[in-house]
Design a protein around this ligand. Structure first.
Ligand code: F6R
Length: 365
């Protein structure tokens, strides 16, 4: 039931404070400054021995996995590889015994992801799934896993599943990190940040009015670029995917510094760039990438900390978000991009919940 919302997609975007709280419920352990999961079916000793994680997924879930790569490497110092399930299933990658294959999927029924999981099992690897749909094929066939508890996602464009996947990956990184080098003080700080996250996301949704104004200004664009670095590079890809699939406007996500290696040739007055530029390690670098776009006459929309004057002085439009630690920025920056795609699709007269040519779950190869 959509309730008061005109579309499932909007309802699901607005549910995120609750779906994130549901993803965390009962999983954060303040006493040991760690997280735990009921269904991983791996002991702490087994997890300690994991020295490589292969993540495999499609579409939006693949973008969540890419964020997971940064999270697990940064917080847990575990090497991670991410691969499209459709590619992974036909490769013959040399994996050693201590690699774990982790499939990410909202529906649990995506044919390519299921095939990648089966192929990994056949080779004798331990498989895990991060999945939303309870009792789905992938949830049943994986050796262990974590449910998102995000509730049914009806809108074809995935929104709340993405943020919940990233949230679960953050908790997984905390858990793995605490079996390795992460101190209890660091673990406790992550737990405190995670506890505050639902409220932070509620505040983030207040950017919706800004997003509407930006949407009106740029809904006529034929091409849109999405740019971010580090944790926010996958979010740029995700923002571009959201816009493409529901508004049929061509969009590309790039790591901001790659622009100068070719794609910057696309920039002109009619090609807006959406920059993800909250404060963090690479802030100055992203700002100079933004300069490069401005210098070529490209309009810049910045998703940035509320009240960041340096960004406001350079960007044509700012979508303000709350300040959060870097590892939580993927969740917080994804929200305005979901809203932007939604608002632009509405202005273009598209059916946001049922975009053309797409199905909610892709059960064919
Ligand atoms: C994008 C979208 C798709 C899915 C992809 C994987 O909004 O919904 O790209 O993310 O088909 O689906 P799941 O996560 O169900 O395996």
């Amino acid at each position: 039931d959509r309730g008061e919302y005109p579309h499932y997609m909007l309802k699901e975007i607005y549910e995120q404070p609750e779906t994130l709280a549901n993803a965390m419920r009962g999983r954060l352990e303040a006493d040991n400054a760690t997280a735990h999961f009921g269904g991983l079916n791996l002991s702490a000793q087994q997890l300690r021995q994991v020295d490589r994680v292969i993540m495999t997924a499609c579409g939006t879930s693949y973008h969540a996995a890419m964020v997971g790569e940064y999270l697990l490497e940064e917080l847990a110092r575990v090497p991670v590889e991410v691969e499209y399930a459709s590619e992974f299933r036909y490769r013959n990658p040399p994996l050693d015994r201590s690699s774990v294959v982790l499939a990410l999927t909202q529906s649990g029924e995506t044919a390519d992801t299921l095939a990648a999981l089966r192929e990994s099992k056949r080779m004798g690897h331990t498989t895990l799934a991060i999945c939303n749909a309870v009792g789905s094929s992938i949830a049943r066939e994986a050796d262990g896993g974590v449910y998102l508890h995000a509730g049914p996602e009806i809108g074809v464009a995935s929104t709340k599943a993405f943020t919940s996947q990233v949230c679960v990956l953050t908790m997984l990184a905390l858990y793995l990190g605490r079996t390795r080098h992460l101190s209890s003080t660091q673990g406790q700080r992550i737990i405190d940040d995670l506890h505050a996250l639902p409220e932070t996301v509620r505040k983030t949704l207040a950017c919706h009015d800004h997003v509407k104004r930006v949407a009106e200004k740029y809904a006529h664009a034929k091409n849109v670029l999405y740019l971010g670095r580090q944790y926010l590079y996958p979010v740029a890809l995700e923002g571009a995917l959201k816009l493409k699939e529901i508004s049929y406007i061509h969009a590309e996500g790039y790591p901001a510094a790659e622009m100068k290696h070719g794609p910057i040739a696309l920039v002109d007055e009619s090609t807006p760039s959406v920059f993800l530029v909250p404060r963090g390690n690479v802030f100055d670098k992203v700002m100079s990438n933004m300069q490069e776009i401005k210098a070529r006459g490209g309009p810049v929309i910045a998703v940035a900390g509320a009240g960041d004057r340096e960004v406001a002085a350079l960007a044509d439009d700012v979508i303000p978000i709350p300040d959060v630690p870097e590892y939580l920025q993927p969740i917080v920056t994804a929200i305005p991009l979901q809203l932007l795609a939604y608002e632009i699709a509405l202005l273009c007269g598209c059916d946001v919940d049922k975009p053309r040519n797409l199905a909610k779950s892709v059960t064919v190869e």
